[in-house]
Design a binder for this molecule. Structure first.
Ligand code: NAP
Ligand code: ZN
Length: 348
C-alpha cells in the first residue's frame, strides 16, 4: 500500500476546534480501494456529530462523508474500479450485505446497521474516520463512479446532500403536476430545489428570509416565501403534495402540516437532536403523513449521480482550506453558507 498514513483534521471532544493529525488507514483487503481524496464537503451532520449532539462519539474524530477523489491502488480481487478512476464515497462504507434491505439495495437501512463513513466501527473492529483527510480505504461495493462532466469538487456534496434529497423526491414521486416545497435553502435545500425541478415538479422554497430568493429562483424554484413572515402560512393552506424539510433545527411542525394537501407528506431529512411535537389532528384532517428518510442506497446514489450528470445539476460550492474548517462550521450554524463548503484536501 502506497500510503498507510493519511493527513487529516480531527476534533478531540465536543467543544474542540480542528487540529492537524495523521491517521492510519487499513492495509488493502482483497476488495478494498485506496482513494486519494481531492475534495470533502462539509455537511451539517458533521457538525451535529462532532459536537456530540446525536450521542457519544469516539474522539479523536475525523468527520466528512462527501468525498471525491482518485483511485490510487486496488486490492487483488477488485473488479469494479481501476487505478486512476474518478470516484466518490458517501455516508456509509459497509453493511451486512445479506439482510433483506441490503439485498434490495437499501444498505442505509441494513438490519444489522450500516457502517458510517466516520464515527462507526468497521468490519475489523476499528473506528471509521471520514473524509477531512488525504486518503481513505473503502470496500469497492461502497465506492461510486463520478460522471466525466461533473468536477470532483462539485461531485463531493452530491454524495450526501444530493442523495439525501434525491431519494425522498424519487420515493414520493416528485414529478410533473406535483407541488413540492423545500424548507431551508442550505446545503441539502439547494440540491432539493434543483433535483425536484429536474423531476418536473413545481418547486416552492420556504426559507427564513427572502435573502436567497434570487438564487432559489435561478436554481429552479417557481415560488419563494419567508417563513418569518406569518402571512406566508395564511397564503398557502393545503397547497403541497410533498414537503421536504431540510432544517437542522426543530420547527413548529403544525404550521407546515397545514400546508399539505389531502394525502400530502412531509418528509424530514433534517435531523435535529431534540424530539419534536405535532398535533395529530393536523395529520388526521387530510390523511397527511409525517415521514423521515436517510440518505439513499448505493444503487440509487449512482442513479442520482447519473441524473445530475444528465440534467447538469451541480451544487454551488465555496472552496476552503483545511485551516478554515472551524470558521466554516460557525458560518453553517449561522445559515451563512452558499451553499456548501468544500475542503481542498491538498491543504491538509
Ligand atoms: P445547512 O446547510 O445548515 O442547511 C440547513 C438550512 O436550514 C439553513 O441553511 C437554513 O435555511 C435552515 N435553518 C437553519 N436553522 C434554522 C432554524 N432555526 N429555523 C428555521 N430554519 C433554519 O445544513 P445541511 O447540511 O443542509 O443539513 C440539514 C439537516 O439535514 C441537518 O440536520 C443534517 O444533519 C441533516 N441531514 C440528514 C441526512 C439524512 O440522511 N436524513 C443527510 C444529511 C444531512 P434558510 O436560511 O433558507 O432558512
Ligand atoms: Zn451529510
Amino acid at each position: 500500500m502506497v500510503n498507510a498514513k493519511a493527513r487529516a483534521r480531527a476534533v478531540y471532544g465536543p467543544d474542540s476546534n480542528f487540529h492537524a493529525t495523521e491517521i492510519k488507514r487499513r492495509d488493502l483487503d482483497t476488495h478494498d480501494v485506496l482513494i486519494e481524496i481531492k475534495y470533502a464537503g462539509i455537511c451539517h451532520s458533521d457538525i451535529h456529530t462532532a459536537h456530540g449532539e446525536w450521542g457519544p462519539v469516539h474522539y479523536p474524530l475525523v468527520p466528512g462523508h462527501e468525498i471525491a477523489g482518485i483511485v490510487k491502488e486496488v486490492g487483488s480481487e477488485v473488479s469494479k474500479y481501476e487505478v486512476g478512476d474518478r470516484v466518490g464515497v458517501g455516508c456509509m462504507v459497509d453493511s451486512c450485505g445479506e439482510c433483506e434491505n441490503c439485498q434490495n439495495g437499501e444498505e442505509q437501512y441494513c438490519l444489522k446497521g450500516m457502517v458510517g463513513t466516520y464515527a462507526g466501527t468497521d468490519r475489523y473492529g476499528e473506528p471509521t474516520q471520514g473524509g477531512y483527510s488525504t486518503h481513505i480505504v473503502v470496500h469497492e461495493d461502497f465506492v461510486l463512479r463520478i460522471p466525466d462532466n461533473i468536477g470532483l469538487d462539485a461531485a463531493a456534496p452530491l454524495l450526501c446532500a444530493g442523495i439525501t434529497t434525491y431519494s425522498p423526491l424519487n420515493h414520493w414521486k416528485a414529478s410533473e403536476g406535483k407541488k413540492v416545497a423545500i424548507i431551508g435553502m442550505g446545503g441539502l435545500g439547494h440540491m432539493a430545489v434543483q433535483i425536484a425541478n429536474a423531476m418536473g415538479a413545481e418547486v416552492t422554497v420556504l426559507s427564513q428570509t427572502l435573502n436567497k430568493k434570487e438564487d432559489g429562483l435561478k436554481l429552479g424554484a417557481t415560488h419563494y416565501y419567508a417563513t418569518s413572515d406569518e402571512s406566508t402560512f395564511e397564503q398557502l393552506p393545503k397547497t403541497f403534495d410533498l414537503i421536504i424539510n431540510t432544517v437542522s433545527a426543530n420547527l413548529q411542525l403544525d404550521d407546515y402540516l397545514n400546508l399539505l394537501t389531502l394525502d400530502g407528506t412531509i418528509v424530514n431529512v433534517g435531523a435535529p437532536a431534540e424530539p419534536i411535537s405535532l398535533r395529530v389532528a393536523n395529520l388526521i384532517g387530510h390523511r397527511r403523513s409525517f415521514a423521515g428518510s436517510a440518505i439513499g442506497g448505493i444503487r440509487e446514489t449512482q442513479e442520482m449521480l447519473d441524473f445530475c450528470s444528465e440534467h447538469n445539476i451541480k451544487p454551488q460550492i465555496e472552496m476552503i482550506s483545511a485551516d478554515q474548517i472551524d470558521e466554516a462550521y460557525e458560518r453553517v450554524l449561522a445559515s451563512d453558507v452558499k451553499y456548501r463548503f468544500v475542503i481542498n484536501t491538498s491543504t491538509m
